[in-house]
Design a protein around this ligand. Structure first.
Ligand code: PMV
Length: 317
């Protein structure tokens, strides 16, 4: 990297996310709560490189270099770049722009890696174009990328990642970002089982079409868990929150989006003293979250590691 480019490069960061309660039911209009994870982030660095002939994106973690022009492939990253440039009014991608993308968010793990990468890219492109970017526009542009990863996303991932704050979310309503008085500690354990959200969401939809009554009942119960969680979050009642996580997990099992590896990790966390634990995101694999306090953090972390979780990420809300 030349000194000149290093000097002018600008970096933009976006968090991963967890869903505390309400995944899947949120697709059907029930409320859900999500929170950003600032210990796992995506970063886009953008600069101008005079020798370049095409806008070039280096996605370092997946070892991909993508040259983007007007008819480049339908790759999700290229699509997000093209959509953003279109929004910014560019007829063709500026040839000399170079973007370096890095992410510490596990892919296909329900931690919003796709949305975070999009967020970092969009912020970088706006900055390079010297244009202001508000949260709502950022969220809408991430959503366009999410449609490629997810099929029919509820909009919760792009919202929490664009705001960078915990949010109470109901599809097609104004999201309510919030902050808590008392810090909440959560451990995130990766099962290592890659599970595309798109497939889990499509399976739940097919099951709902076969038996709408049963699935609507489950979604409504999950919505009630989300509402009770909102109250418990503000009162800081960890025992109650843990019970709500466990109840949500039972309902996710009923939706058939759990996985034996997830159940193992959840069991290990609860046996080691977690107040409650559940899968987070699309399920069938990906990550579990476990609610702990300062005293329980170390034993639960050790139990998750012993049960095979890799990595275990600590976050606080
Ligand atoms: O991106 P994931 O795997 O965290 O899943 C998002 C949550 C779902 O409710 C399963 C899907 C959606 O669009 O809300």
């Amino acid at each position: 990297m030349s000194d000149e480019r290093r000097f002018s490069a600008k970096s933009f960061e976006a968090p991963g996310k967890i869903i505390l309660v309400g995944e899947h039911a949120v697709v059907y209009g029930r409320p859900a709560i999500a929170a950003p994870v600032w210990n796992a982030t995506a970063t886009a660095t953008i600069s101008e490189e005079p020798a370049l002939k095409r806008l070039t994106l280096h996605a370092h973690d997946i070892g991909q270099t993508i040259e983007i022009d007007s008819d480049s492939p339908t790759d999700p990253l290229a699509t997000v770049v093209r959509l953003t440039l279109m929004h910014l009014g560019y007829a063709t991608p500026p040839a000399r722009w170079r973007i370096d993308l890095r992410s510490s968010i596990p892919i296909a793990g329900g931690l919003g890696s796709g949305a975070a990468v999009s967020s970092a890219l969009i912020q970088a492109l706006f900055a390079q174009a010297e244009r202001k970017l508000d949260r709502k526009t950022l969220s809408q542009l991430i959503f366009e990328g999410e449609k490629i990863y997810h099929g029919q996303p509820s909009g919760i991932d792009n919202t929490v990642i664009a705001y960078g704050l915990p949010v109470w979310y109901v599809k097609e309503s104004t999201p309510l970002p919030f902050a808590l008085d008392k810090k909440l500690r959560i451990l995130i354990g990766n099962s290592g089982v890659a599970a595309p959200t798109k497939e889990a969401v499509a399976d739940v939809r097919r099951a709902w079409q076969r038996d709408p009554q049963r699935y609507e009942r489950i979604f409504t119960e999950i919505g009630a868990v989300a509402t009770a969680t909102r109250v418990a979050l503000h009162s800081g009642n960890l025992a109650q929150l843990g019970t709500l996580f466990n109840r949500n997990q039972r309902l996710l099992r009923e939706l058939d989006v759990s996985h034996p590896r997830l159940e193992q990790l959840i069991g290990a966390a609860v046996d080691a003293g977690a107040f409650g634990a559940k899968l987070s995101g699309g399920g069938r694999g990906g990550n579990v979250i476990a609610l702990v306090d300062r005293d329980r953090q170390a034993p639960v972390r050790a139990a998750l590691r012993a049960a095979g979780a890799q990595p275990v990420i600590e976050t606080s809300i």
